[in-house]
Each structure stands twice: as structure tokens, then as C-alpha cells.
Write a protein that binds this ligand. Structure first.
Ligand SMILES: *Cc1c(COP(=O)(O)O)cnc(C)c1O
Length: 426
């Protein structure tokens, strides 16, 4: 059987396939550059694993307190080496990205301290962590105040505003790399470095933390290479490589990581406890695969940007922009467009492909949200996934794909679904 007919078996028409092929041809050079970055990052991870002397005894399970969990300690050493940091906390007990960020913040802030975001509003779930939206147990309840300086209208840093906002009580600065579900541009590692240099010049003692979610391995360098004291992310996004079934990481300066560890477990216990429960092998192997998985996700995002921009939809980042995370936003301008796109992504999944997603009133959101996720790991967004709130401007956020070919199939299925709904004519 030839390639075209197997696509047809998957419900992708020859018209949609031909349109995709034309776009893919134009992307060859771009994809080559992504592969070069992946090659560089693969060697970086390989070297870290060799230098840390990873061995198969490190895949053994521990239980209970997890004293002397060699695998856990070596995994943390690998993360620290790969990201050029002094120390790391990489744990299944960090249950999500939000939890890892909460531990990093609450472990390093004390009553009377101020937290500053110089890049505008943080990710939705952090509003309750910080207390921007009142919540039991927030930093605000513990006497930590919060200040925010928005980006300027052109997306650049408001250096004057940041200098004014850095007060005597400012203890920690939080910098979010990815735009998340916002409309601002994602920050490059270079830009993050410039911001950190500016802050450190004024206040060398302030802790600079970067929310690195969705950014790992997109570039050759990471925020810890440009002065970040702490960098935080989720293992069911980029660095888990699709294999980590749960977890989060915090890497950075030893004193910062120690304080975070005393918050995660208990003062006095810190990194010494926490059983890895037999998950180490998946965590190591996922991290090993992550550079190439991220390359596939990036190609899929760029493919989607090019498909939908050529069809006249507005896309962020646009089809030629440089990439600093794996998220692609496409604005369809109608609920039907958002729904058709998400149904196409779901229909391309290896798991639950037969399910038809519907918009629903999710807790914490002010409009119904539709989600497409047919993932091996629940909620994993390094796997092919999409979601969109059913409200103006009717945009979807698309990310992931464990392989480029699966990401490509997902984008083609989304287009097929839009064609069948009569929203797109090829
Ligand atoms: C996903 C994400 C988070 C939160 O991670 P969860 O694992 O969903 O809790 C925080 N910040 C950014 C920028 C993210 O993309």
C-alpha cells in the first residue's frame, strides 16, 4: 500500500493531503535547523548522563522514606548537569508544573517579602498560588505581597517601570517564558538573559526564577545559562519526553533548591527523602528522548502555523517567526471553527480517537472550554493536544506530538474536519 492510501484509510482526503505536502516542501530548511538544535541538545543530555555515571541500578524502585534512593539522586544530578545548574529537585511528588512553581516560590519567600512579575500577568493557575485571586493558603495569606509590571504595548520590557517596582522588600522575581494562554509573545532565552542582567545590576541579591514550562530544548540554551537562579517546569510537558508519567522539576542555585526541598518534604529532611516508586527508568528515558520529541512538536507547530496562515487565519507565532516554546495559537473567529479543529485533533489520537469532544464549563474558567486530548498520560501536553475557550476571539491553542509524523497527521485531520464542516474550502 502506498503512503497516500494509508492516509486515506485514516480519513484524510487526497485534497487535504496534497495541500499539506505543498506546505511541508517549503519547510525543509526550517526543519533542518530544528534537527540541528535537537542534535545539539541530544549530545548535551547524553554527556550529562555519562558524566553522572547513570547505571541500571538507578532504575530500581524504592519505597517508604526513600533514604539512599540512588536513582533519584543521580536523576537530579543529570538534570543539574544538563541545565548547567548547581542542584536540582526532580520528583514524582511534584505533582504538576503549578505545584513545582508553588514549592519554588513558597520555599524561597518569607513573610514581609515581595514577589515581582516584570512580564505581566502570570499563568492562570498561579493567580491563586500568589493570591491575585483570593485563595486559602496563598502566598498573600502568608504575608507575601505581589507586584506586577506589564510588558509595553510592543511586547518589550518596561525597564523604567521595573526599576521603580524593585523595592527594598523585593525578594524574588518571577519570569514566565511561555505566553501560556495570553496574547503576548513568548520570551527568548536571550531576552530573559537581558532582563535578568538588568535586575541583577540593580539588585544582585534578588532571586530570579523562570517558569520554563513548554520551553525546554526549544533552543540550545536555557534560562539557567543566562543567569536564572531557579528554573521550573513540568515533566508531562517537554522534559518528560512523553514517558514520565508524572512529575515536576526545579533546578538552580543550591541554596534556592535546598529551601524548595524543605518546603516539599519538611524542614530538616529536604532532598534526603521521597521514594521514587519505580518511576526512575521512565524519567531518565523520557529526559533522554526529550530533545527529539520537542523537535517533533516544534515541527508540528510550524506546520500548523503555515497551513492556517496560508488559509487566511491569524496565527501566533506567525509562520516565519522564531520559536521559543512549542505552543501554536490559531484564531478561527467562530465557535464552529474551534470545535471542528479540536475534533480533528482528537480523531488523530492513538488513544480515545473515537471520542467526540464537546465544550464544557470547566471550573476556574469564565467560558466553556473544548479540549482534545487522546494521550497515554492523562493531561500530558507534550502529546498531541489542543484546547480553546468558546469566547472571542475564538482561538485554539495547539501543542505537542510525540513524533513529527503524528503531529502532521493531527494537523491534517484538523484541516479535514474544518473542510467537512464547511469552514474551509481548499
Ligand atoms: C502548563 C503551565 C503551567 C502549569 O503547569 P501544570 O502542570 O498545568 O500545573 C505554568 N506555567 C506555564 C507557562 C505553563 O504553560
Amino acid at each position: 500500500m502506498n503512503l497516500d492510501s494509508i492516509y486515506q484509510d485514516l480519513g484524510i482526503s487526497s485534497q487535504v493531503l496534497e495541500f499539506g505536502k505543498k506546505i511541508e516542501k517549503e519547510l525543509k530548511e526550517r526543519f533542518d535547523r530544528i534537527d540541528e538544535t535537537a542534535e545539539y541538545n541530544q549530545m548535551k543530555v547524553l554527556k550529562a548522563m555519562q558524566d553522572a555515571r547513570v547505571s541500571d541500578i538507578h532504575f530500581a524502585a524504592t519505597t517508604g522514606y526513600g533514604y539512599n534512593d540512588l536513582g533519584r539522586d543521580v536523576l537530579e544530578d543529570v538534570y543539574a548537569r544538563a541545565f548547567h545548574a548547581e542542584s536540582a529537585l526532580v520528583r514524582p511528588q511534584l505533582v504538576s508544573g503549578t505545584h513545582a512553581l508553588h514549592i519554588a516560590l513558597s520555599g524561597n519567600l518569607r513573610p514581609g517579602d515581595e514577589l515581582l512579575s516584570p512580564v505581566g500577568k502570570p499563568y492562570d493557575t498561579l493567580e491563586e498560588v500568589i493570591g491575585i485571586r483570593d485563595s486559602a493558603g496563598s502566598l498573600k495569606e502568608y504575608g507575601v505581597t505581589y507586584r506586577q509590571v506589564d510588558l509595553l504595548p510592543d511586547g518589550s520590557f518596561d525597564y523604567e517601570g521595573i526599576a521603580r517596582a524593585l523595592g527594598e522588600r523585593t525578594r524574588l522575581v518571577t519570569i514566565q517564558r511561555s505566553k501560556g494562554y495570553d496574547t503576548r509573545p513568548t520570551l527568548s532565552v536571550d531576552q530573559i538573559g537581558q532582563l535578568i542582567s538588568f535586575i541583577k545590576k540593580l539588585r544582585p541579591d534578588v532571586i530570579c526564577m523562570v517558569d520554563n514550562c513548554y520551553g525546554e530544548f526549544v533552543e540550545r540554551t536555557e534560562p539557567t545559562d543566562v543567569g536564572a537562579d531557579m528554573m521550573v517546569g513540568s515533566l508531562i510537558k517537554n522534559p518528560g519526553g512523553g514517558l514520565a508519567p508524572v512529575g515536576g522539576y526545579i533546578v538552580g542555585r543550591k541554596d534556592c533548591i535546598d529551601r524548595a526541598s524543605f518546603r516539599l518534604t519538611a524542614p530538616g529532611l529536604g532532598k534526603e527523602v521521597g521514594a521514587s516508586l519505580g518511576l526512575n527508568q521512565q524519567m531518565f528515558q523520557g529526559f533522554f528522548l526529550a530533545p527529539s520529541v520537542v523537535a517533533g512538536a516544534l515541527k508540528s507547530a510550524i506546520f500548523a502555523a503555515n497551513i492556517y496562515e496560508n488559509l487566511g487565519f491569524s496565527v501566533v507565532p506567525d509562520k516565519n517567526q522564531s520559536r521559543h516554546d512549542i505552543i501554536q495559537a490559531v484564531t478561527f473567529g467562530s465557535p464552529e471553527g474551534v470545535i471542528a479543529f479540536c475534533r480533528g485533533i482528537q480523531a488523530a489520537a492513538p488513544v480515545d480517537s473515537f471520542v467526540v469532544p464537546e465544550p464544557w464549563d470547566m471550573p476556574g474558567y469564565d467560558a466553556p472550554v473544548i479540549m482534545a486530548a487522546g494521550a497515554f498520560v492523562q493531561g500530558s501536553s507534550i502529546e498531541l493536544s489542543a484546547d480553546g475557550p468558546i469566547k472571542e476571539p475564538y482561538a485554539v491553542y495547539f501543542q505537542g506530538g510525540l513524533t513529527w509524523w503524528h503531529g502532521k497527521a493531527g494537523v491534517l485531520k484538523s484541516l479535514q474536519s474544518l473542510v467537512e464542516a464547511g469552514i474551509v474550502r481548499l
